[in-house]
Design a protein around this ligand. Structure first.
Ligand code: AP5
Length: 231
């Protein structure tokens, strides 16, 4: 393990710090939400943070919207700043689930600096064939109000808040093709970046969601045992 397992700076007990890697539609958000709920760790989704900024009309929102609507990445300096601020909040000091960050090697290097002295960084790479990703994104519906992914049995309205179900703006055919290209070019190299460490786990994401969740749990338990971290 790269970080000292178990204790953080000042001797505070640290939990696991989880990173979900994988292409658009792999199920990172679905699994990150389940994991965060089960372990009581904050889920930090950079996609959700950016969509919120767009909705609220704050200054980075407009820059983010232009990149997201084109299927490109928001710049590293903006993303690093957002995540650094978020990871410094008290609820993230003893473990977190990062969904959508890092997406470039530069972001990964910055994350290493941010978690220096904290608990181990466990990286889960969710693997799904491209044709399955394209199908999932073409049929995905989200709640226009709270942003939740709609489950297949939600037909007209969000079960959580009653909001209208809509397609995500960046799930259009052309944008999805661009997002997949960007993933291959800028994010796939992260698998190599992390592969020399003992804490990268590959997860088969092309299975029913509950089976994927069980694989994620097993990977977390294994990483915790290897790092001497209690869950
Ligand atoms: P973000 O929102 O992070 O999008 P993404 O990475 O493209 O991922 P998705 O949300 O599309 O998919 P997912 O893997 O989370 O799958 P999900 O669980 O939703 O980022 C959006 C944009 O923001 C980026 O394009 C970029 O512009 C910008 N951005 C964000 N972070 C950035 C960063 N760090 N740097 C720069 N720019 C950044 O599932 C997808 C669908 O499949 C759902 O319908 C779900 O119900 C279904 N599903 C899930 N699991 C299964 C399963 N096992 N079987 C069948 N269906 C399943």
């Amino acid at each position: 393990m790269r970080q000292d397992a178990g204790t953080g700076k000042g001797g505070a007990r640290s939990g696991l710090n989880i990173v979900m890697l994988g292409p658009p539609g792999a199920g990172k958000g679905t699994q990150a939400e389940r994991l965060a709920q089960k372990r009581q760790w904050p889920r930090i989704s950079t996609g959700d943070i950016l969509r919120e900024a767009v909705q609220q009309g704050v200054s980075i929102g407009e820059v983010a919207r232009l990149a997201m609507d084109a299927g490109r990445l928001v710049s590293d300096d903006v993303m690093i700043c957002i995540v650094e601020e978020r990871l410094n909040r008290p609820d993230a000091r003893t473990g977190f689930v990062l969904d959508g960050f890092p997406r470039t090697v530069e972001q990964a290097a910055a994350l290493d600096r941010m978690v220096d002295g904290r608990g181990p960084l466990v990286v889960l790479d969710v693997v799904v064939p491209e044709d399955v990703l394209v199908r999932r994104l073409a049929t995905r519906r989200i709640c226009a109000q709270c942003g939740s992914n709609a489950a297949v049995n939600w037909t007209t309205a969000c079960e959580k808040c009653g909001g209208k179900l809509v397609a995500r703006v960046d799930d259009g055919d052309d944008i999805v093709r661009e997002r997949l290209k960007v993933y291959q070019r800028q994010s796939k190299p992260l698998v190599d970046y992390y592969s020399t460490r003992g804490t990268l786990r590959s997860i088969d994401g092309n299975q029913p969601a509950d089976v994927v969740t069980a694989a994620v749990d097993a990977a977390i338990e294994g990483a915790a045992a290897a790092g001497g971290v209690g869950l």
